[in-house]
Design a binder for this molecule. Structure first.
Ligand SMILES: O=C[C@H](O)COP(=O)(O)O
Length: 262
């Protein structure tokens, strides 16, 4: 029997929602899903608040037994020391963070993160038992010059250098042109690149890792298009930006099976 990959719907809040707004949001999302009798086991939900919210959200998740996983949006490649403003993976692990986003295109674009930095951060996450959500994707210029898959495939190959075959990782394919633009990739386009990314995981970490690793699509995911992506065999979930900030919309994305009859 093949490996079943639990779908992952991840909300990357980016630099939105302070810790008080985060509490209200998480409580409302939880109630909304409960009211809709959402089956907690069918889809894993993860939220990625700003660093300053993490402790508050973790306390709320624990206290109210809310079954959402917690993730951070970045981490330092170093574990401790004189790195002003940086956040260590060991701090995130102590907050029971399960995931950390690495190499988001906004980090690559605004903080000059190279593939090598992404690889070092991937190692840092794994050292502390965090599952890196490794983001890769092409810009519209890359798409024109090289097609859709060459750049994300190359980025992932570097990120997986030296990663052990039993590592717990997630890959997120986020075409940069689709992020925040309202112009999502088509399910076919997402499937094509996600399948190639899974092949990179197979090549670097082996067939078992490729079979269990979740590959997400991200870029203008909404309740109206999530079902199309989730029907694709190599798309195991979504990394959602803007739509993860609106409770009803994010809940509808999480409930894609019932909502749109997949
Ligand atoms: O991390 C999330 C992505 O950047 C997608 O953002 P978006 O859903 O607002 O397009």
């Amino acid at each position: 029997m093949g490996v079943t990959r639990t779908p992952l719907i991840a909300g990357n809040w980016k630099m939105n929602l302070d810790h008080l707004q985060a509490v209200a949001f998480v409580q409302k999302l939880h109630w909304t899903l409960k009211e809709a009798q959402h089956d907690d086991r069918s889809v894993e939900v993860a939220v990625f608040p700003p660093f300053t919210d993490l402790r508050t959200v973790q306390t709320l998740l624990d206290a109210d037994k809310i079954p959402f996983a917690l993730g951070a949006q970045d981490l330092s490649s170093h574990d401790s020391g004189a790195y002003t403003g940086e956040i260590s993976g060991q701090f995130l692990a102590k907050l029971n963070a399960r995931y950390v986003i690495i190499g988001h295109s906004e980090r690559r674009q605004f903080h000059n993160e190279t593939d090598e930095v992404v690889a070092a951060k991937t190692q840092a996450a794994l050292r502390h038992g965090l599952a890196p959500v490794i983001c890769v994707g092409e810009t519209s210029e890359d798409l024109e010059k090289f097609g859709a898959s060459a750049v994300p495939v190359g980025q992932l190959e570097v990120a997986l250098e030296g990663v052990a075959s039993d590592a717990d990782i997630v890959v997120a394919y986020e075409p940069v042109w689709a992020i925040g633009s309202g112009q999502a990739a088509t399910p076919d386009q997402a499937q094509e690149v996600c399948a190639k990314l899974r092949a990179v995981v197979a090549d670097k970490l082996g067939a078992d890792a490729a079979a269990r690793t979740r590959v997400l699509y991200g870029g203008s995911v909404k309740s109206g298009n999530i079902a199309g992506f989730m029907r694709e065999p190599d798309v195991d979930g979504a990394l959602v930006g803007g739509a993860s900030l609106v409770v009803d919309e994010f809940a509808a994305i999480i409930r894609y099976q019932k909502h749109v009859g997949v």
